[in-house]
Design a protein. Structure first.
Length: 166
């Protein structure tokens, strides 16, 4: 690894830290700091480090995506950082889709509890229409695109790495 790559990595880490400080403040880095989301009568409490991780990985992905595309996949270390950030971003998108699915179930009006009587239900529960199913589908499509890009990035890295070896 040459010094230029180390400078790019340190510069990206500093950029992520500065942007996180601007957005979340110094209290955002404390382990006990949380974000409360009030939905109807339910509070969702999410630790701030989840947002910091999502934001940091997204910045790493964006910086190294631009860098790798400008260099046409010629830099091995930049390609590896992009591959790692793509894998982490895909994992985080899976977690976000799970959260959106739980919101969709919360807003649909359906219940997970069985009826108390042993007889048939007197009325059917109709699901309310909401856009959370659409958001979940978009997140899944983003995951598929990220995985296809990951395969393409690995293929181009392998081709360029073999050219350098010979």
């Amino acid at each position: 690894m040459n010094k230029k790559e180390i400078y790019w990595l340190i510069g990206t880490i500093v950029l992520v830290l500065i942007l996180n400080l601007i957005i979340f403040g110094i209290d955002g880095f404390k382990s006990e700091s949380v974000t409360d989301i009030n939905v109807h009568d339910t509070y969702f409490v999410i630790a701030n480090y989840h947002f910091i991780l999502l934001f940091g990985i997204s910045i790493f992905f964006a910086v190294y995506l631009i860098r790798v595309l400008r260099q046409n996949f010629k830099n091995l270390m930049a390609n590896l950082v992009l591959i790692i950030s793509t894998i982490l971003l895909s994992i985080i998108m899976g977690g976000i889709s799970t959260i959106v699915d739980s919101f969709a179930q919360l807003f649909s009006g359906a219940t997970i509890y069985p009826p108390l009587s042993t007889g048939e239900m007197e009325h059917k529960i109709e699901n309310n229409e909401n856009n959370f199913g659409l958001i979940t589908s978009v997140i899944y499509i983003i995951q598929i695109v990220l995985l296809i890009f990951l395969a393409y990035c690995g293929f181009k890295t392998g081709l360029n790495y073999n050219k350098v070896e010979r």
